[in-house]
Design a protein around this ligand. Structure first.
Ligand SMILES: [Ca+2]
Length: 196
């Protein structure tokens, strides 16, 4: 019972302690892209509610994980909050909840504090760039076209190589076929022409 009291208190916290609309507003202003809560949260509708990944649906062990993540004030603590997605949990690990809360006053500075090499989905676009541009750091298909291009090119290198080879052999075959038709036509033309 004693353990339930702090857990219940967590559920009764005001919504703004769980949701960070300032970041969504910053991204909208910075990139013109409207993002939903799926950027950092497990549920695209945000942490408040009764659906999967929302506070009202958490049970037993999930509440324990929520409490642990909310105690991660300083950076360096690996958490697995049930209301956050892998990127939200990574933000707590890298920055800590205190810096995240402070970041609401200056989202640009908070984003700058993220390491340049942090790229959760390994699509070649650093997470801080994805945040600025309103694309998803957890989805390798999400990103500006030209930023994703090198990653997609590398991913499809084998198929591109096979396509080039197939085109080469097709053109080579066509060229030889045309030569063969040409020689046959000349031969037939010579045979049908009366001797001079
Ligand atoms: Ca990325």
């Amino acid at each position: 019972m004693m353990r339930l009291i702090p857990l219940l208190a967590l559920l009764l916290l005001p919504a703004r302690l769980s949701a960070y609309p300032e970041f969504q507003q910053f991204i909208l202003t910075n990139s013109g892209t409207k993002v939903d809560c799926a950027l950092c949260h497990a549920n695209a509708d945000g942490p408040e509610g009764l659906k999967e990944g929302q506070l009202g649906a958490l049970k037993g062990e999930e509440l324990e994980r929520l409490a642990t993540s909310r105690r991660a004030i300083a950076p360096g603590q690996k958490v697995h909050s049930p209301i956050l997605n892998p990127f939200g949990n990574e933000l707590i690990l890298r920055l800590g909840r205190s810096a995240l809360a402070e970041g609401r006053k200056n989202p640009a500075a908070m984003i700058d504090a993220l390491p340049e090499d942090l790229d959760l989905d390994r699509d070649g676009i650093p997470d801080k760039t994805e945040l600025r541009e309103g694309t998803l750091p957890t989805d390798e298909e999400s990103g500006r076209f030209w930023r994703l291009f090198p990653h997609r090119f590398k991913q499809n290198l084998f198929h591109i190589g096979m396509g080039v080879l197939a085109t080469f052999f097709l053109l080579y075959g066509l060229e030889n076929l045309l030569k063969a038709f040409k020689s046959r036509y000349r031969l037939q033309h010579r045979r049908s022409s009366p001797p001079q």
